[in-house]
Design a protein around this ligand. Structure first.
Ligand code: PMM
Length: 284
């Protein structure tokens, strides 16, 4: 079982694909921006997600939706650190979603057990040294540049092969920077410098990404490619909050393909999906 999904040093080992619930402490994330934009509401949301079946809660203070501009550092710290502390104090395993080393460092001090950097350490040269020194697990996501113009970078000949080799290069750089391989999680970065067809191809070929040799995190939740799959006859996509059943469908597929974890906004349908996938696996 652990050979299928892999193990991440420093984190519990679940007997199925883990569920990471999302709390975006932002006014502008594309799927849930503004809903948990004060500390108390955000902590409560995280506790609810844990109670509904989240194994980890991912706390972020910067929107990475296409076109988004960056939040300043003090504001990101102000948003994220008290929420991390509030959840960690309640015993929830917290991951921090940030591209800034200072935010990662303070979140770790406040109790975060994992750093989820959508830039895989590229956005801030201090990130890898901070993660290496803190000896916490690190999510290395496939990333080609900041959100403000990432759509222009969605150009691939063979998206699966290119994401694979770019992730391998990032993993090597992160290991060279002192993070031990046993603490690395890889993520194809669905929706980041990718069109819907690229995202679908990556979901179809998750098994190949497992050949990177590290546990795989898949974050499809409510993303644009699902909007396109679900679009009405006139091409208009359903709003983000009406994509949770589609998200759970991807969670079941990802779990069957051996993903270590899936990152979702609405936990319950995905918690059910990964349990079904586990039961089917047990019946093989
Ligand atoms: N996507 C978003 C934010 N954080 N982290 C990882 N590891 N992988 C992702 O694909 C990812 C992420 C953007 O989605 P959101 O703003 O709706 O949370």
């Amino acid at each position: 079982m652990s050979t299928l999904r892999g193990r991440v040093a420093g984190l519990p080992e679940w007997d199925r694909c883990a569920v990471m619930g999302v709390v975006n402490v932002t006014p502008d994330s594309f799927s849930d921006g503004g809903r948990w934009f004060d500390t108390e509401a955000a902590v409560k949301r995280g506790l609810d997600l844990a109670a509904t079946g989240a194994d980890l809660v991912d706390v972020g203070g910067e929107s990475t939706r296409p076109g988004a501009s960056r939040v300043d550092e003090d504001e990101e710290l102000r948003r994220v650190v008290p929420v991390v502390r509030g959840l960690a104090d309640e015993g929830v395993p917290v991951s921090v979603d940030t591209m800034r080393a200072s935010v990662a460092e303070q979140a770790i001090a406040a109790g975060a057990v994992l750093v989820n950097d959508v830039s895989g350490g590229l956005a801030d040269p201090s990130m890898v040294p901070v993660v290496a020194a803190a000896q916490v697990p690190f999510v290395v996501m496939h990333w080609r540049g900041f959100s403000h113009d990432m759509n222009s970078r969605a150009v691939y000949g063979d998206v699966v092969a290119e994401v694979f080799s770019e992730l391998r290069a990032r993993m090597d750089a992160v290991v060279a920077g002192g993070v031990v391989p046993e603490r690395i999680v890889v993520d194809p970065g669905l929706g980041f410098a990718k069109e819907a067809d690229h995202d679908l191809a990556l979901v179809a070929h998750l098994r190949e990404l497992r050949a990177l040799g590290r546990p795989l995190l898949v974050a499809a939740s409510r993303k644009r490619f699902l909007g396109r799959v679900l679009a009405a006859g006139d091409g208009s996509p359903p709003p983000a909050r009406e994509r949770d059943a589609a998200t759970a469908a991807v969670s079941a597929i990802a779990a069957r393909e051996g993903a270590w974890a899936v990152r979702v906004h609405e936990v319950r349908p995905t918690a059910d999906a990964v349990r079904v996938a586990r039961a089917v696996e047990g019946a093989e």
